[in-house]
Design a protein around this ligand. Sequence first.
Ligand code: K7E
Ligand code: CUA
Length: 670
Amino acid sequence: MYSPGKLLSIIIITAVSSASLFSCKPKSAQSAISGDAAGKVYVAPGKYDEFYDFVSGGFNGQIGVYGIPSGRLLRIIPVFSTHPESGWGYSEETKPMLNTSHGEVPWDDLHHIALSTTNGEHDGRWVFANGNNTPRIARIDMKSFRTAEIIEIPNSAGNHSSPFITENTEYTIAGTRFSVPIQGNQDVAINTYKQNFKGTVSFIKVDPSSGRMNIAFQILTPGVNFDLSRAGKKKSHDWFFFSCYNSEKANTLLEVNASAKDKDFIMAVNWKKAEEYAKAGKGKMVPVEYAHNVYDEKTHSATSTIEKQVLLLDPKDCPDMIYFIPCPKSPHGTDVDPTGEYIVGSGKLAALIPVFSFTKIQQAIANKTYDGTFDGFPVLKYEAVLHGEVKKPGLGPLHTEFDNDGNAYTSMFVSSEIVKWRIKDVTVLDRVPTYYSIGHLSVMGGPTTKPYGKYMVAYNKITKDRYLPTGPELAQSAQLYDITGEKMKLLLDFPTVGEPHYAEAIPASKISAGSIKIYKIEENAHPFVSKGEGQTKVERKGNQVHVYMTAIRSHLTPDNIEGIKVGDDVYFHVTNLEQDWDVPHGFAIKNANNAEVLIMPGETQTLKFKADKAGIFPFYCTDFCSALHQEMQGYLRVSPTGSSVALSWGTGKTNPTDSVAKGATTSTKN
Ligand code: K7E
Ligand code: CUA
């Protein structure tokens, strides 16, 4: 408890210190652009970009895909948020993807991207992304640019230090930003934090051929806040590093109370050892509930399964698995260089950047060069594991990326700049302003064992005067830099969708050739598919009506449907019969409490419509697919409950009610 006087002084200190935490504007706001900048980012009409950049959308819950160096937005991939443009989360097939142990959660806060790697290099297969709020990890297929799987993380809250991956994508991981009561009675007083709140880090196994995720094990940890993490590489392959703040274990006014200590920690986990302990039966299966949602490209449908248990390792039973490394002042990013030897901790409030040596960490462990314990875990002696400190780098270091020449690039939130420094002798080489308040940054291939370098992108938190005003909210922004020379050079500003956090770019050549163009209609195993207009029909099952519909330029079959009654649920199962690239059809119906569905060639998607009033309800194709797209339309007749209008349907007949319940379909020719 604080005395009123002390509390007041804390508040004053907070006010003063937070003022300095707000970013300061770089002095020369109009940046020096060299004459050749435009040429370096110009991608001529009809030409392709060199890199795909997968950019987190933050609070929009999606991923934006941009071309680099042009900064052109190529695609938005819906992940944790419903997306009316494509019907993601609105179609019957995709609704299960957003299911959780708490039912449908149609939004999340997506911060981090991890592209799958083999031997530490991009393999062009999957993109992993985290949902912060309702802990989840998604896997996106780079062939289809679609979310293929979402797994909920139990025993977790605020899944922020996620979904970083090991070198061969053996695991993707999830660490709790919020510690919470884990297992047992969770209805406890918040001020019992120190006794009752714990963290966990989860290791999610990724099947090497299918990409399927499964929670292999979780590790119970002290009740700190895990912020970020990175796997080791090469010599440090077996290790994972998690930055944590709030080692004070405060549960209120963290702004002050979690900044009390001079140092927090990076937690080093020997995951190989953890794997062995798990295999040796050291863990305990504990009851949980979490959703595991998988999208099947053959049935064009997702399933959601609620899983009931998870393997929890208590480090008390698993010696030599976890060590704590002191790290100044609430570290945010913890980043591992391409050689795997250096681990960079970025203390948000620190005036220097510590660089730790993996070799020294191993020596300190072997020699037990400890500096006491934290919650019973050995704390390695700071000086013993330190490679060096980058002195006076700037204010508010957040994240570090690397090139292939032994240099590191650290984003400085408070002083709004990127600082380039040499790892070998921790010497600052160059600095460039960012506009403004940079969060993450991304060097092409920066987190791999062989960074491509060439470009670096800053993802900024504030844009202020960089774009035309658009009311109270301004464009989110990224900035592209040329890093081929000794000096970093600003090339381009480009707005992004949502709030960008981490992003990762991959050479276009690693993905573009494998990109799916169509789904083969003969492989369509959707239970309500119509593989030709001859298979279209309308079936009533109680008050459910299933419309087996097809779409092909430029008509829907059937396009006249009668015999629907108020109170019916009508399911439009629309199959796109096209087998040409880039010919989707859309489907929407007047007054549906729903979005459209957008159906790719060869695919089936279902829109549910509740018939709640009698009348005529027009439907149409929403995607301008041909010269006669505007004619791609039809009518649904809804009659009062108990009406005797028979179920009938067809396309190309003037009076479908003539064809009674058998529903002889007369289609126009293919
Ligand atoms: Cu934006 Cu990675 Cu959530 Cu730093 S975190 S900025
Ligand atoms: Cu099909 Cu427009």
